[in-house]
Design a protein around this ligand. Sequence first.
Ligand SMILES: Nc1nc2c(c(=O)[nH]1)N(C=O)[C@@H](CNc1ccc(C(=O)N[C@@H](CCC(=O)O)C(=O)O)cc1)CN2
Ligand SMILES: Nc1ncnc2c1ncn2[C@@H]1O[C@H](COP(=O)(O)OP(=O)(O)OP(=O)(O)O)[C@@H](O)[C@H]1O
Length: 191
Amino acid sequence: MLNRWRKARVRKTATAARKAAWQADPNAGRRLASHFPDSAWPSVGTVVGGYRPIRDEIDPTPLMETFFCEQARLCLPCVVAPDTPLVFRAYEPGDLLVRGTFNVEEPSGQSPECRPLLILAPLLAFDEAGRRIGYGAGFYDRTIEALRRHHPVTVIGLAYEAQRVKTVPVDRHDVALDWIVTEERAYRGAI
Ligand SMILES: Nc1nc2c(c(=O)[nH]1)N(C=O)[C@@H](CNc1ccc(C(=O)N[C@@H](CCC(=O)O)C(=O)O)cc1)CN2
Ligand SMILES: Nc1ncnc2c1ncn2[C@@H]1O[C@H](COP(=O)(O)OP(=O)(O)OP(=O)(O)O)[C@@H](O)[C@H]1O
């Protein structure tokens, strides 16, 4: 219960910090590729789960396009139902998308389902240990847990430097990030 209150407080501060960072530099996403860790860089054919930015999330599009040019396969998350893992569906830059739940752009139901090996996760706040906080629906935690039952998955949070906090409150279900990449640098999270 105390953690719920703590998380709400962190969300509030981080929402304001992210908004200010986006307003100051909406194109910061262009700098993500130069800090992306070599060890996590996708090989030819690696399935990468990205996202379509909403509100003032850092824009992963330039990074995803770089991966696509290097022949990674891309996919995007689709909300199926509350309290249920997200489903990733194949996507190529330029594909027509539909508006899903929460007004996020998603591939249509005709697009084949994928199981990403590398996930680029949006977030509200992170800390240096790789802890992440999102909008509070638990979608990414559930999805990563479900995917990891099949194969190892590397999860990289993308954020503005301004979204870093000293410590993110954690619950048992929270999945730690392997790395966080910002417009300025990368942080090695869960080891
Ligand atoms: N760009 C992006 N895509 C994403 C996510 C995300 O965080 N960012 N998701 C991450 O899970 C999933 C979609 N889930 C989402 C969950 C909540 C909200 C959201 O805006 N929540 C509102 C409250 C909405 C309401 O209750 O009506 C909020 O936080 O203000 C957005 C997306 C999959 N795709
Ligand atoms: N693997 C899981 N299994 C069952 N419930 C889960 C799981 N992961 C998260 N939840 C539930 O989801 C709710 C939201 O979790 P939390 O506050 O950590 O969300 P978040 O990490 O901010 O959201 P998101 O992952 O969507 O960005 C919690 O009530 C939690 O109990």
